[in-house]
Ligand binder design. Structure first.
Ligand SMILES: *Cc1c(COP(=O)(O)O)cnc(C)c1O
Length: 353
């Protein structure tokens, strides 16, 4: 396969002179910083919040590099993965000309972000096994296909996509393959992060929002070749990761052990919850999950959803989604959450049998 990143970058991005921030032009030690029109008197908050944050998030990336076993130059940080998704469109897809491939049912932002950027979507649904339809994906690719989005483990189905199939696409597609690994920490499957040197067309997305328990921080990661990372850095807003997020992420990265304990607990509770659901007469199928949620096919899904709402329990109703008829997506909660949910579902069964 001939992969040439220069053929993929939008010409206006390739020619762009990126914004040069005050912190870009001078980033060393100084006694007096009068280059960024900050308020040198301070702020109502403690510490250094009067100063702009590091536009390159060097400290966070260095620590993250150790945790991930890669070098910092392969890391891009976004205001959530959602910013990474948007930046990939803006960097590589020419509006109303280029197209991308998504494989529904999958994460909704690939589609919304494509519409916002006026990029054509080619939808190649997953097979009933929730695996990729390689034959149709191959047929859909044309000379304007820039990106293929693969979510593994997939949201909302919960399964991992077969590694061999992903490798087939990586080896044959001349555009960029994005593997969204938002749920990888809950999976027994290996991450693709270690394959960056193997595949120049690979982008791996991960996030602090799920296993790390930090959805409120808004911090997403993209891992890719240095060439792709450089493109994303040209396009991103200069200070896209705020000071408090950088500080708190550094702190969290010290606590890998605690996070791994939570992951183990969530996986155990997921499997226990699956066993309980499997015994419920109204449940038709509990799909195997590599994530921190279960996709459950249940009789009268919409009615169950509404009944649980009256009890103050909110699930994600996916019953109208292709291949997910009559399915609810259920996040694994705390022990307490899960108990309340199971009791309410038993109430529903009692009332309807
Ligand atoms: C939750 C989720 C994300 C996370 O997005 P953030 O913007 O980082 O919170 C990304 N991809 C998928 C598939 C998700 O389910």
């Amino acid at each position: 396969m001939l992969f040439n990143l220069n053929d993929l970058v939008r010409p206006n991005i390739a020619q762009l002179t990126p914004y040069s921030s005050a912190r870009d032009e001078y980033s060393g030690e100084a006694k007096v910083f009068l280059d960024a029109n900050e308020n040198s008197l301070g702020s109502p908050l403690p510490k250094w919040y009067n100063r702009y944050p590091d536009p390159h998030q060097v400290a966070v990336k260095n620590k993250l590099a150790v945790v991930k076993g890669i070098t910092a130059e392969h890391i891009f940080l976004g205001n959530g993965s959602d910013e990474c998704i948007d930046l990939l469109y803006r960097s590589f897809c020419i509006p109303s000309k280029d197209n991308v491939i998504i494989c529904p049912p999958t994460y909704g932002m690939y589609e919304v972000s494509a519409h916002i950027n006026d990029i054509e979507l080619k939808k190649i649904p997953l097979l009933p096994s929730f695996q990729l339809n390689l034959v149709e994906i191959e047929q859909a690719i044309d000379s304007n296909t820039k990106l293929i989005w693969i979510c593994s483990p997939n949201n909302p189905t919960g399964n991992s996509i077969n590694r061999i199939d992903i490798e087939t696409i990586l080896n044959n597609f001349k555009g960029i393959v994005i593997i969204d690994e938002a749920y990888i920490n809950f999976s027994k499957q290996k991450s693709f992060v270690q394959e960056l040197t193997e595949y120049p067309n690979l982008v791996v997305l991960q996030t602090f929002s799920k296993a790390w328990g930090l959805a409120g921080l808004r911090l997403g990661m993209a891992f890719a070749s240095t060439a792709i990372i450089e493109v994303l850095n040209r396009v991103k807003p200069p200070y896209n990761i705020n000071q408090s997020t950088q500080e708190l992420a550094l702190k969290a990265l010290e606590e890998v052990g605690q996070v791994n304990d939570m992951i183990r607990l969530l996986v155990d509770m997921r499997d226990a919850l699956a066993d309980v659901f499997n015994l419920m007469p109204t449940v038709q199928e509990v799909y195997p999950s590599d994530a921190n949620f279960l996709l459950v096919k249940i009789k009268d899904a919409r009615k169950v959803y509404e009944f649980l709402l009256t009890k103050g329990i909110v699930l994600r109703d996916r019953s109208n989604v292709q291949l997910c008829n009559d399915c609810l997506r259920i996040t694994v909660g705390s022990e307490h959450d899960n108990t309340i949910l199971v009791e309410a579902m038993q109430d529903w069964y009692q009332l309807n049998s």
